[in-house]
Design a protein. Structure first.
Length: 392
């Protein structure tokens, strides 16, 4: 890789291709190659393409930053990083180690919250990108980036009072489900996060509920209805007596519970609720059920039903039930046509039906203008379809 891409000339060249549009990029590249090496032009085009994707995901902050494809895939969304940084700052952290900093987005958030940051990254190229990003945002006086393997880092050697660990959970583009095979492994990452008075370990949202140690608080975070991550808070950063939390952004709502609340099952009623994935994964569906006077349609399926119209909330999506029926393609097609549904959203949980194949098989009438939702699920072992309309 040519380091010239980091120079002012390289940055100016990237700007010529940003925002990236394939239809215009080739013509611009031919012109750029008259004055620049082909390798540099290719790098600039790649960076412009990544920045264009990054802006869609991360917002305007990404317009002048440097990315790798893998780094962008793993980059923490700014709202999520800011939430975590505020938590550390509010609990008294002053100097934090960011282990596995990647492109530096958590380090940036920590610095913006006023913390001194020791950022550790094993890959030299990724570390260089992180350095450039800190400089572009004029935060390099608060962020020290070091190329080092996590196993070699000792937080006490750098006077850190907090540690954040983000293990690599992908290899060759595939998710690593076994925590013992993360880099660093679960046991090593946990030891690092417990090496200072307060710590946080970023984990996959599907983490086994039994894995976090006693006294920790596991927080699941969703952003714009996407479950983006979970993290295990340790030491004084944990919330006393709270084992699990669900936080929904950008609404800023957090549910907490020391114990799971059982939810009774009931027959499908007037309204159907689909709790946010952070609520489901944290096991806090019972809180939503209590707030909305709802019950589960099945003990093993995270759809709630109630006969009281639920208030609008970021905690769940709400639907008015038009009909609930045993799943049958013929019967479903007939009812969809009778209801005049032409615009269809298909959701599923606990169903083996392929939504896109079902959409084709339903043969929707293009002249029908009504919007509807089909929820594919089951009660017990019986597959059912719920026809509904989304509430505003």
């Amino acid at each position: 890789m040519s380091t010239e891409i980091f120079s002012p000339q390289g940055q100016e060249l990237i700007a010529q291709f940003f925002p990236y549009e394939a239809s215009m990029a080739m013509a611009r590249s031919q012109k750029a190659r008259r004055d620049h090496p082909a390798e540099l032009v290719a790098q600039a085009m790649t960076q412009a393409k990544l920045r264009t994707r990054a802006v869609q995901r991360l917002g305007p902050i990404a317009e002048k930053l440097m990315f790798t494809a893998e780094g962008l895939e793993q980059a923490t969304r700014p709202d999520v990083a800011a939430l975590r940084a505020r938590h550390f700052a509010d609990h008294g952290a002053t100097r934090i180690a960011d282990i596995g900093c990647g492109l530096g987005f958590d380090s940036i958030a920590f610095a913006q919250a006023g913390l001194q940051v020791i950022a550790i990254e094993a890959d030299p190229i990724t570390a260089e990108y992180a350095k450039i990003n800190a400089q572009v945002l004029e935060l390099d006086h608060l962020i020290t980036i070091m190329v080092m393997d996590a196993h070699e880092f000792v937080p006490a050697d750098f006077d850190c009072d907090a540690v954040f660990v983000d293990p690599a959970r992908r290899s060759a583009g595939k998710r690593i489900k076994d925590p013992s095979k993360w880099s660093p492994s679960w046991s090593t990452a946990l030891a690092l996060a417990q090496a200072t008075p307060m710590g946080c370990l970023k984990v996959a949202p599907g983490i086994d509920h039994e894995l976090p140690p006693a006294g920790s608080t596991t927080q699941w975070v969703s952003h714009s209805s996407d479950l983006v991550e979970a993290c295990v808070w340790l030491g004084t950063a944990a919330t006393a007596a709270i084992a699990r939390q669900a936080t929904i952004l950008p609404a800023g709502i957090t549910l907490s519970s020391a114990n799971l609340q059982p939810v009774a099952a009931r027959a499908i009623s007037t309204y159907l609720l689909e709790p946010d994935d952070a609520v489901i994964r944290s096991g806090l569906v019972g809180i939503v059920a209590d707030q909305t006077h709802a019950g589960l349609i099945d003990p093993a399926i995270a759809y709630l039903t109630t006969d009281q119209r639920p208030p609008a909330s970021a905690l769940y999506a709400a639907f008015e039930v038009l009909e609930a029926m045993p799943f049958s393609l013929k019967g479903l097609r007939q009812r969809v046509r009778e209801l005049g549904i032409g615009q269809l959203e298909i959701k599923k949980r606990g169903s083996a039906v392929d939504p896109e194949k079902l959409r084709t098989d339903l043969k929707l009438e293009k002249s029908n203008k009504a919007a509807g939702v089909i929820v594919l699920t089951r009660i017990g072992l019986d597959p059912i379809a719920i026809i509904a309309k989304r509430l505003a």
